[in-house]
Design a protein around this ligand. Structure first.
Ligand code: MIG
Length: 761
C-alpha cells in the first residue's frame, strides 16, 4: 500500500549516507586546579585525573560537558589526588609518584607510563564520534597481547582477536562462540604482558563493544552513546591489576558458609511433597546438601512475594521442617510484578510511583511469566527500600537467600527487553532504558542484598543473580544462566568463570549437569567433578529434561557423583579461607594459570585447567569417553592429590583419569587444610592438614574460621591461622583473631617427605 505514497521514494542510504567516523583532533584550552585537568577540545570537552597512583581516569565527551560523578560501579573513585602538572608547551604532563601521563595537545594523544614502562599509548586523535553519537576510544595494542576479563563471555580465555560487545540479554539458546551478549556486562579488560598488566575499565552503561579484531595494532572501544569514561589501571601483573580494579568497583563479601556447600535445584520442584522428597532422598543416600531451590512454580500465578495455595498449602511448615534438617531453601524472585489490581505488590507500586515509566508518565508493561507485568524502577532509592522490605515475606519464614532471575530485564517480545524509551529515575535525573538497561540487574541485586541485610540483621545474606554490570560482586553471586547438557558447555564454563573472576566477580558457577537438554551419566559425573571445584556449586535443570539429581542414573553414577560432592565438603576449609581472602584482596577463588604464573607464556592460552587459590591445580576431563589428558604443570614440583606421586613442572604430562577420577595436583610447599566428612556446613567439621614437602620453598598455609554466618568476624570474632612446617614436618600454628573454633586439627598428613632422596619423575 505504501508504494503509491512518498514512501516509494524514501531516501536510500548509499555510501554517502553512511555515518562518518569523525575525530577529535586537538586540545583548545584547559584549566588546572591542582587535581583535575579539564578542558575543551576541537569538539567537546575532557577531564583527566589520578584516582590514585595506579588508577587514572579519562573522560572525553564530544557532545557536551564531562560528568565527573563516578557511576554506581566506581565506588572507589573518591576524592581525586593532587599531583604535579607541567605545561611543556606541546604537551601537558601529570606526575604522581612513579606514574606519568603525557598528553599531547595537537594532534591530541595520550601516553601513560609507570616506572619507565609504557602501560598505555594511543594514536594521534584517538577519540572519534558519529552523528548518531556513538563514541570510540582507540588505544595501541599488539595482536600477541593476551586480553582477559570482559565478564561472562563465551569462547576461550584469551579474547584478543575477537569483538566483544555488552548488552544484557536473556539467551536460552544458543550459547556458542558467536553468542557474545549474554546476561552480564562488564566492560573491563586486562591487557597482559610479561612485565605489566594494563586494566581498562570503560565505564559506560550503554551498549559497548571492544573490537580487538579489526585492527592489527589497536583496540577500538566504543559505546552507542554517552561519553568515553575510562579508567586505566596500572598493575605489575594480573593479580595486582585485579586488586586495583576491585578496589575501584568493590569486592565479593564473605558469604555465609552454607552458600559454599552443595545446592540442588530444578525448574521446578513443583509441590511441597516433591521438595520434601528430594531432601529426604539426600538424607537417605547420605549425600551432603546445604540448599534446595524453589523455582517459579512455588508462587501464586507467578506473583513474587506469594506462594501457591494448591501445591504449597503448608509453605511455612515445609520450610520449617527442611530448615530443621539443616537445609536452606532459596526461592526465585523475578523483577516483573503481575498487573493485577487485586495484588498488593502491584497496587503499592502503582500508587507510590515505583514502576519504570515512559516520559509521558505511563507505566511500562511487558509480558513475562505472570502475563502483563510492571518493572520496578530499582534506580530509585525509595524503590530499593520498598523492594528490600518486601523480602520480609521470606525472611520471617527463615529464608536467608534469594535468587534473582530475568533481570536483564528479560521481556517476551522481539527486542527481548523493555522499550528503549522507557525511563529510569537515577538520583533525580532521568535516563533512558538504553542507558539503564545494562544497569538494571545490578540495581536489582543491590535492592535484594541490602534488603536482606537489613532484615537479617547480623546474618550474612546470600543472593544469586543472572544479570549484572561491573560491581555486581558487591551484592550477588553470579551463575552463568541457561547452559545445556553439552560437553562443549562444560568446557566453556571454565574460561567463562575464569574471566568473570578476573572481572572482579569471585563467587560464580554454572548449572552443574547442564540446564537445558538431557544430561548423561558420564557428563553428570564429569560436570560434578568440575562444579565441586568452582566457587558456586549448584545442580540445576529445566522442566522436561531428564532428571539429574545425583541418584537419577542408578547406584554407580550416584556413588561417583556423591564422591565429588563429599570432596567439595572436604575442601571446604580451603575454599572458605579463599573467600575470606577474596573479600580482602578482590582476587578470585579460581584462577587461570596465567594469574599465578604471569611470565610463563605457556599459561597464557590455557582454558582447560585452573587453579583453586594458588596451590591446587585442576585438570578436568572435558570430553566423553576419555580417560587421559595432557596436563601442563607450571614450574616447581606438583603432587598428584590421589596417588601422591610427584612431578617436576614446566612441562606437559599425559595423565590418566578414569571416570571416577578428577586430576588434582597440589603445589609443593602447600599446607592444605581439609575437613572431615560432614553432611552439611552446619555440622561441626574437624581439620586435617596435608603438608606437601618442598626443598625449595617454605612450607606454609592458612586457615580461616568463624561462625560461618554472622558479621561477628568484622569485629575480631574470627580466627586466622598461619601454618608453617619444618623440614621434619613439625607444624607451627600462629593465630590472629579471637574466634574460639570448636573444630580440632585431627591429623597431620605428610606428603613427599620420604621422597627427598629419590629422583623426581
Ligand atoms: O525463561 O525460572 O535461567 O535457571 O530455571 C526461563 C525458570 C526463566 C531462566 C533461568 C533458569 C530458570 C528459569 N528461568
Amino acid at each position: 500500500m505504501l508504494e503509491n505514497t512518498s514512501y516509494a521514494i524514501l531516501p536510500q542510504d548509499g555510501e554517502e549516507g553512511k555515518q562518518k567516523n569523525l575525530s577529535i583532533n586537538h586540545i583548545q584550552s584547559y584549566e588546572w586546579d591542582g587535581e583535575i585537568l579539564e578542558g575543551t577540545l576541537s569538539k567537546g570537552t575532557f577531564a583527566l585525573y589520578f584516582v590514585d597512583e595506579k588508577t587514572v581516569r579519562l573522560i572525553v565527551n564530544p557532545f557536551g560537558k564531562v560528568n565527573l560523578n563516578p557511576s554506581i560501579a566506581a565506588i572507589g573513585d573518591g576524592e581525586p589526588v593532587s599531583c604535579v602538572m607541567k605545561d611543556n608547551h606541546r604537551e601537558l604532563e601529570l606526575i604522581l609518584g612513579l606514574t606519568r601521563i603525557i598528553l599531547q595537545k595537537d594532534p591530541i594523544s595520550i601516553k601513560i607510563l609507570r616506572d619507565g614502562k609504557v602501560f598505555m599509548e594511543t594514536q594521534d586523535s584517538f577519540v572519534s564520534y558519529t552523528s548518531s553519537k556513538k563514541v570510540t576510544l582507540s588505544i595501541k595494542n599488539r595482536k600477541d597481547t593476551p586480553v582477559y576479563g570482559l565478564g561472562e563471555k563465551t569462547g576461550f580465555l584469551n579474547k584478543n582477536g575477537s569483538k566483544i560487545s555488552n548488552w544484557n540479554t536473556d539467551v536460552f539458546s544458543p550459547h556458542n562462540k558467536d553468542t557474545v551478549e549474554l546476561y552480564q556486562s562488564i566492560p573491563f579488560a586486562l591487557f597482559h604482558n610479561s612485565d605489566k598488566t594494563l586494566g581498562l575499565f570503560f565505564d559506560n552503561s550503554f551498549r559497548t563493544e571492544f573490537d580487538m579484531q579489526t585492527y592489527n595494532d589497536q583496540v577500538a572501544i566504543s559505546a552507542d552513546r554517552g561519553a568515553i569514561n575510562s579508567y586505566f589501571l596500572l598493575g605489575e601483573d594480573i593479580k595486582e591489576t585485579v586488586g586495583i580494579y576491585t578496589h575501584l568497583t568493590g569486592r565479593t563479601p564473605l558469604p555465609p558458609k552454607w552458600s559454599l556447600g552443595y545446592h540442588q535445584s530444578r525448574y521446578s520442584y513443583k509441590s511441597e511433597s516433591e521438595v520434601r522428597k528430594i531432601v529426604d532422598l539426600f538424607k537417605k543416600y547420605e549425600i551432603p546438601l546445604d540448599c534446595i531451590f524453589l523455582d517459579i512454580h512455588y508462587m501464586d500465578g507467578y506473583r513474587v512475594f506469594t506462594h501457591d495455595l494448591d501445591h504449597f498449602p503448608n509453605f511455612e511448615e515445609m520450610l520449617d521442617d527442611i530448615q530443621k534438617l539443616n537445609v536452606d531453601v532459596v526461592p526465585i524472585v523475578d523483577p516483573g510484578v503481575k498487573k493485577d489490581i487485586h495484588y498488593p505488590v502491584y497496587q503499592e507500586g502503582v500508587k507510590n510511583d515505583y514502576f519504570s515509566k515512559y516520559l509521558d508518565g505511563t507505566i511500562y508493561h511487558g509480558e513475562v511469566w505472570p502475563g502483563q507485568s510492571a518493572f520496578p524502577d530499582f534506580f530509585q532509592k525509595k524503590v530499593q527500600r520498598w523492594w528490600g522490605d518486601l523480602h520480609n515475606f521470606y525472611t520471617k519464614m527463615g529464608i536467608r537467600g534469594i535468587w534473582n532471575d530475568m533481570n536483564e530485564p528479560s521481556v517476551f517480545n522481539e527486542s527481548k527487553t523493555m522499550d528503549l524509551d522507557v525511563h529510569h529515575n537515577l538520583d533525580g535525573h532521568l535516563i533512558s532504558h538504553e542507558e539503564g538497561h545494562n544497569l538494571y540487574g545490578l540495581y536489582m541485586s543491590k535492592s535484594t542484598f541490602e534488603g536482606l541485610q537489613k532484615l537479617l540483621k547480623n546474618t550474612r545474606p546470600f543472593s544469586l543473580t543472572r544479570a549484572g554490570y561491573a560491581g555486581v560482586q558487591r551484592y550477588s553471586t553470579v551463575w552463568t544462566g541457561d547452559n545445556r547438557s553439552h560437553w562443549e558447555h562444560l568446557e566453556m564454563s571454565i574460561p567463562m568463570i575464569l574471566n568473570l573472576g578476573m572481572s572482579g566477580v569471585a563467587f560464580t558457577g554454572a548449572d552443574v549437569g547442564g540446564f537445558a537438554s538431557d544430561t548423561t551419566p558420564e557428563l553428570l559425573i564429569r560436570w560434578t567433578q568440575v562444579g565441586a571445584f568452582l566457587p558456586y556449586f549448584r545442580n540445576h535443570s529445566v522442566q522436561d529434561s531428564i532428571r539429574q539429581e545425583p541418584w537419577a542414573f542408578g547406584e554407580d553414577t550416584m556413588n561417583s557423583v556423591k564422591k565429588y560432592i563429599e570432596l567439595r565438603y572436604k575442601f571446604l576449609p580451603y575454599f572458605y579461607t579463599l573467600f575470606y581472602e577474596a573479600e580482602k584482596t578482590g582476587l578470585p577463588i579460581v584462577r587461570p594459570l596465567a594469574m599465578e604464573y604471569p611470565r610463563d607464556t605457556k599459561t597464557f592460552d590455557c582454558s582447560d585447567q585452573f587453579l583453586v587459590g594458588k596451590d591446587v591445580l585442576i585438570a578436568p576431563i572435558l570430553r566423553p569417553g576419555q580417560n587421559h589428558r595432557s596436563v601442563y604443570l607450571p614450574e616447581g614440583v606438583w603432587y598428584n592429590f590421589w596417588t601422591e606421586e610427584h612431578y617436576v613442572g614446566g612441562k606437559y604430562y599425559l595423565m590418566e583419569a578414569d571416570l571416577d577420577t578428577l586430576p588434582i595436583f597440589v603445589r609443593e610447599g602447600t599446607i592444605l587444610p581439609l575437613g572431615t566428612s560432614i553432611q552439611n556446613t552446619k555440622e561441626k567439621q574437624d581439620i586435617e592438614l596435608y603438608v606437601y614437602h618442598s626443598k625449595e620453598f617454605k612450607m606454609q598455609g592458612t586457615l580461616y574460621e568463624d561462625d560461618g554466618l554472622s558479621y561477628g568476624y568484622k569485629s575480631d570474632d574470627f580466627s586466622l591461622l598461619t601454618l608453617s612446617a619444618s623440614d621434619k614436618g613439625d607444624v607451627k600454628v600462629e593465630q590472629v583473631g579471637n574466634y574460639k573454633s570448636n573444630s580440632l586439627v585431627k591429623d597431620v598428613r605428610l606428603v613427599g617427605f620420604d621422597l627427598e632422596q629419590e629422583g623426581s619423575k
